[in-house]
Design a protein around this ligand. Structure first.
Ligand SMILES: Cc1cc2nc3c(=O)[nH]c(=O)nc-3n(C[C@H](O)[C@H](O)[C@H](O)COP(=O)(O)O)c2cc1C
Length: 339
């Protein structure tokens, strides 16, 4: 008998779709969501997702094989839609009969959803929906489930909060479709709320980034434990000519210098010392390799400490199984108090 029957009932559709005990995904986090964390999440009854990021097909091949050695539970692979080798990466997933592919970073290119769902080992496709109109389009294009992610989240973010996205999208789609909610979830009471609104499950990143099984550097974890919600800020664009893709990360020397760097590049543009394309490229390249520097090398001054606003609820290194058990118990408590 489960200790969390009310939560289980509301998560049933999502858990059935994922093939996991609980409909709790650990969202892919580049450098963090690798074989150890992903297998730990799936072994603990959640659903782990490998972050492919900029990996080559060969590296992804190894990562999937190594993850499979550590768990016999289902897990997913997150592919970035603008990866130049997207179709080769899809082929690697198919080779390993990966059950779920998450497409992130934009509208899936033509043929990609079909490639994932066709072939010898068809996988289910999960896409990110930033608006209701795009959600409908993605479902028409073959997405099997959607994630709606608000701007409270860590990493690359859209402009709208989770609570507003949930109110706009869940009443329209959640009866007939599978919608997972992400962004800003740190406690099970929030999970209960989104489940009651019609979500079939949730996705968390920040809450899992510093789990015991996460390979993130000790310095990275300590920065999370020290931080509060207001330290996790969205990157700022200084000049209209120099687009900045918003990323939520902990404030540090790197984020301060990024603002100064943009001003410097804008000045060079004004003085016609560099061309527009070169200026935009310089801004785009500022953070290249920065997440790796923070997560793997522990450079918390200059690296990118991607974190969501829920970082204030991450206080210590806990095993994944404990985090999931706590989230489930908190959700159950919230649902029990209401009924
Ligand atoms: C350190 C870090 C790295 C991330 N990297 C990726 C990524 O590579 N691909 C992706 O789709 N999402 C990425 N995300 C977003 C997570 O998958 C997840 O959706 C998000 O963290 C959920 O919001 P939360 O942080 O409020 O829990 C990242 C998040 C963090 C904190």
């Amino acid at each position: 008998m489960s200790n969390t029957p009310k939560t289980d009932a509301l998560m049933a559709r999502g858990a059935d779709f994922l093939g996991s005990e609980h409909a709790i995904l650990c969202g892919a986090m580049s450098w963090v969501s690798e074989r150890n964390l992903v297998s730990a999440i799936s072994n603990a009854g959640g659903f782990g997702v490998i972050a492919c990021g900029a990996m080559t097909p060969d590296l992804l091949d190894t990562e999937i094989a190594e993850t499979k050695k550590r768990t016999d539970k289902p897990f997913g692979v997150n592919l970035i839609t603008m990866h130049p080798d997207l179709f080769d990466l899809i082929a690697v997933c198919e080779k390993h009969a990966v059950t779920h592919v998450v497409l992130a970073g934009g509208i899936p290119p033509k043929g990609s959803v079909e490639a994932i769902k066709g072939g010898k080992n068809p996988a289910k496709v999960i896409c990110f929906a930033p608006t209701l109109a795009l959600a409908r389009k993605l479902l028409r294009s073959g997405a099997d489930a959607l994630v709606i992610e608000g701007m409270e989240a860590g990493g690359h973010i859209g402009p709208v909060s989770t609570s507003v996205l949930a109110q706009e999208i869940l009443p329209e789609l959640s009866e007939e479709h599978l919608v997972f909610v992400a962004g800003g979830i740190g406690r099970g009471s929030a999970i209960a709320g989104y489940l009651e609104m019609g979500a079939c499950g949730v996705q968390l990143g920040t809450r899992f980034a510093c789990a015991k099984e996460s390979i993130a550097h000790e310095n990275f974890k300590k920065a999370f434990f020290r931080a509060s919600a207001r330290d996790a800020v969205a990157s700022v664009q200084v000049d209209a000519r120099l687009p900045v893709i918003p990323v939520r990360a902990l404030k540090n020397k790197g984020t301060e210098e990024f603002t100064a760097k943009q001003r410097e590049i804008a000045g060079s543009l004004d003085r016609e010392e560099i061309a527009m394309a070169e200026a935009q490229l310089q801004v785009e390249h500022y953070w290249a390799g920065a997440l790796r520097r923070a997560v793997i090398d522990g450079d918390v001054e200059n690296g990118s400490l991607m974190a969501g606003q829920s970082v204030g609820m991450v206080k210590e290194e806990e095993p994944v199984a404990d985090i999931i058990a706590k989230l489930m118990a908190q959700s159950e408590e919230a649902l029990t108090q209401r009924r």
